[in-house]
Design a protein around this ligand. Structure first.
Ligand SMILES: *[C@@H]1O[C@H](CO)[C@@H](O)[C@H](O)[C@H]1NC(C)=O
Ligand SMILES: *[C@@H]1O[C@H](CO)[C@@H](O)[C@H](O)[C@H]1NC(C)=O
Ligand SMILES: *[C@@H]1O[C@H](CO)[C@@H](O)[C@H](O)[C@H]1NC(C)=O
Length: 302
């Protein structure tokens, strides 16, 4: 009996929206809002509200009234958020989710810049890039590309986030159609929608693909003695765009002197011979992209 009780509690506690409902109405706190019973012009419907797993008739009052087939709230607020369905007798006609707009609350929070909720990175000029969402307290997040997603005027192809950890992180794999061969003149426009039990947040971020390029780590292939120097051969990361003659990479080598343990860096692949270890990183020298992560340290033996 005990165990059974605990399971029940944890199930109803996990009530947060983990996917986007088909129909969503977002209201600013304190504003009036009207829900319509889709596909039903006749006013003879019953509105029900789902609460704690039970579906009950909506209780009317000063702030909640039915006008024809519509459900009208004088002021949207926390107790009203959730799923409403309209019924004709025992037939469920349609349902809609009412959430509050988180925009104002988020912007009030000091230092919380909506832009910083999304961070994106491309490891090449090919057609994919990755984004992370780091806003906490949201249970489902999706991203869309282009002005059909930011304006909502046309149908947006949403990409649902993969939850990455318990702290409200979501990861996304996005694709774009920016040509890698032409001067990039239009910005990518990424729109995020996030929902929780009670709130909805929408924010858009714009950037050039070249500004989010960060190559993966390159690889040290071998070191060869050349007189007093060491010549280092470096392979670009496998994920980098080809041909490499067109998509150039600049490499930086960090090495440690054998005798005194001093560190030095070099943009040349010809480095002093008396070193104990080295590592390397890359960037696109044309756009001065972010540097890749360093490759692992490699011990020098020859
Ligand atoms: C409203 O719907 C109910 C149940 O579907 C039905 O019994 C009733 O006759 C309807 N009333 C009107 C005015 O259409
Ligand atoms: C009513 O139907 C919609 C589909 O139109 C469904 O999503 C919703 O969960 C249903 N609501 C109830 C309370 O059965
Ligand atoms: C997203 O987060 C993961 C894990 O923290 C990290 O490895 C990755 O580099 C991040 N990606 C972006 C685009 O910030």
């Amino acid at each position: 009996m005990w165990i059974f009780g605990i399971v029940l509690i944890s199930l109803s506690g996990a009530d947060g929206l983990t996917s986007f409902p088909d129909h969503l109405v977002v209201a600013a706190k304190g504003d009036p809002v009207t829900l319509t019973c889709r596909g039903h012009s006749d006013g003879n419907v019953t509105w029900k509200f789902a609460e704690d797993g039970k579906v009950e008739n909506v209780e009317f009052g000063e702030n909640v009234q039915q006008k024809g087939g519509k459900l009208v709230f004088g002021e949207a607020g926390d107790p009203m958020v959730g799923e409403y369905s309209c019924w004709s007798g025992v037939q469920n006609l349609s349902s809609v989710y009412l959430l509050l707009d988180a925009q104002e609350e988020e912007e009030d929070e000091e230092g919380e810049d909506l832009d910083s909720l999304i961070s994106c990175r491309a490891n090449s000029y090919d057609c994919n890039f990755n984004c992370n969402w780091t806003g906490s307290d949201y249970t489902a997040v999706r991203l869309g590309l282009g002005d059909e997603c930011s304006t909502g005027e046309k149908r947006c192809e949403w990409v649902n986030g993969r939850e990455a950890g318990p702290d409200g992180r979501f990861q996304f794999e996005m694709s774009h159609s920016v040509s890698p061969y032409a001067e990039e003149s239009t910005m990518l426009e990424v729109t995020a929608e996030a929902i929780s039990d009670s709130y909805y947040l929408k924010t858009t971020k714009r950037f050039y693909l070249r500004d989010i390029v960060q190559p993966d780590s390159p690889e040290i292939v071998r070191c060869q003695e050349v007189g007093q120097d060491l010549s280092v051969s470096i392979d670009p990361p496998a994920s980098w765009s080809t041909p490499h003659s067109f998509f150039s990479l600049q490499h930086e080598i960090e090495y440690v002197y054998k005798d005194n343990g001093m560190h030095e860096t070099s943009l040349s692949t010809l480095i002093p011979k008396r070193i104990s270890q080295l590592r390397v990183r890359s960037r696109d020298p044309l756009v001065l992209s972010a540097w890749s992560q360093w490759s692992p340290w490699k011990n020098v033996t020859y």
